[in-house]
Write a protein that binds this ligand. Sequence first.
Ligand code: PG9
Length: 625
Amino acid sequence: LATQTLPLTALAAPITGLFPDMPETFKVDSSSFNYVRRDVMIPMRDGVKLHTIIIIPKGAHDAGMLMTRTPYSADKMAARTSSGDEASSLQGYDNMPDVILDGGYIRVLQDVRGKYESEGRYVMNRPMRGPLNATSVDHSTDTWDTIEWLIHNVPESNGKVGVIGVSYDGYTALTALVHPHPALKVSVPMNPMVDGWMGDDWFHNGAFREEMLPYVYEQDGTPKNTVKWWASQYDGYDLYLNGVSAGAVGKSRGMEQIGFFRALLAHPAYDSFWQAQAMDKILASEGLKVPTMLVHSLWDQEDIYGALATYYALHRSPASSANLYLVMGPWNHGGEIKAASTLGPVALRSDTGYYFRKNVLEPFLAHYLKDATTPLPARVTRFRTGDNVWETTDALPPAACASGCEALHFQANHGLGFSTPGSDASPVNYVADPAHPVPYIPRPIRPKGMEGSPWPYWLATDQRNVTARTDVATFTSPVLTQPVTLRGEPLVHLTASTTGTDGDFVVKLIDVYPDEVADQREMGGYQFMVSADILRGRYRNGFDKPEAVPANTPQLYKFPLPMTNHTFLPGHRIMVQVQSSWFPLYDRNPQTYVDNIFLAPADSYKPATVSIDVKGSWIEVPLQK
Ligand code: PG9
């Protein structure tokens, strides 16, 4: 009450009693800290200033700079300053304190334009300047302008900059490679978002990842994610089922206000909007001029497509491949920067995250940012699951089983094997009912970011939770007597008909553990998915040209599955499952052809009988002989 009557000038004067209390700005006394933190606003070429945090080990000189550009708050990434020790200030998302501290790097964290403390307007995936972006700025110019500022304003540095980051921040590490600044010496895109339509965050082969709606809502609704998604049901299965289509769910929450949501609805197919912003295509035409280590997680639940698509796109050119390195490990999204001796319940027998950081990433960064005499790692370093070993090689096998693969045939009586099926192999049928879609994880479904969500490791979920469903077709090999190693991208050749006029096909390659596993009893009979994906049937003849499926007419559904590097051990069995929904991660296909599934009316969702031609279906697998 007293405050209301005091004149403002009185605030500065010493007053006894309750007032004044809180200082207008509290200054942290950091003189005893072992690092110096600078918060700066770096001007870009169009005048917009980007908030940048620079963390410098005390006494540093001639140090390399390691930068991450992020839409997830630079402040949060450097938030844990409670101990005055630099290790503590680098605990946030995307930091690898061991690599950064042991390397003595200057850490640079920047809010991308329009997010958190940076000026400007945010665009979800801001396309590069060109047909989709008529402005003078994009992530590549913002990176260039930032590096230009850093090399002139951080006297403790040696003028060499590396960019590094996971996911969105891996995407910004890729955009830095377009017309790169000469001081950019190295880039490490980890699990980067590369092509949102083909197989990363927004769609997979045309099926929309409906559970990304909350991410779009929060990330693109306000600069600081202050407006939070609201759930109308605890179980995501009910929420999205009641909402009918993904478009209707978004509209019910006012998402038409968000430009990116409108763009999703306007571009359900792989048209020029998606093609022109795919970073693998952009970099293939740009050429790779900066040494780059792509990091891929074999169980990446968010961006399983991008790193390898970029690898294959660049590897074709000798000039680009001279700068190209790849690591693939047994990780989920971002698992490589954490302790990783397990993948969900699957034991890996050693800390694979630490191994990667110490033996592969550290020397790579040191070579380019500190000391060129540090030996470089192999061109490709990869982990093989099953027998759990690291291996190195010069190059990956050809993409999508382009050569050297063998057919793993569907067989009679739900069998699976390398010999061609006998004439007794009759079709396998199931009824796919959009009113009861197959859940991708056990219900209640707690999606990404929600308390208790199994999202980070869902790709390693035990598939027994759906095997008994009558709308999941299962084919299983006899018990293996020899190890079977698959190394590459399997290619599905599924021949099936449907009574509907559209439909989705999910194909899963599964390692079935023996009935009993002596040293890990809970793994007895576990059905461990090693590679799986979905194809929206309307795109079977071209991703840019949706076509109705002719009812009751066998069609070929041919599509690659994600990279695998796995040994099925003796005593295990190989299993393939086919189903027509993976809900609510992917929106439901109404199974009646409509122009735009985002807007499918409730009465278009109809059950359909799917008939798999067993004799005409197999998976080409990259079998190591
Ligand atoms: N996978 C997340 C993402 C990247 C790009 C666009 C949308 C989402 C991420 O983890 O950053």
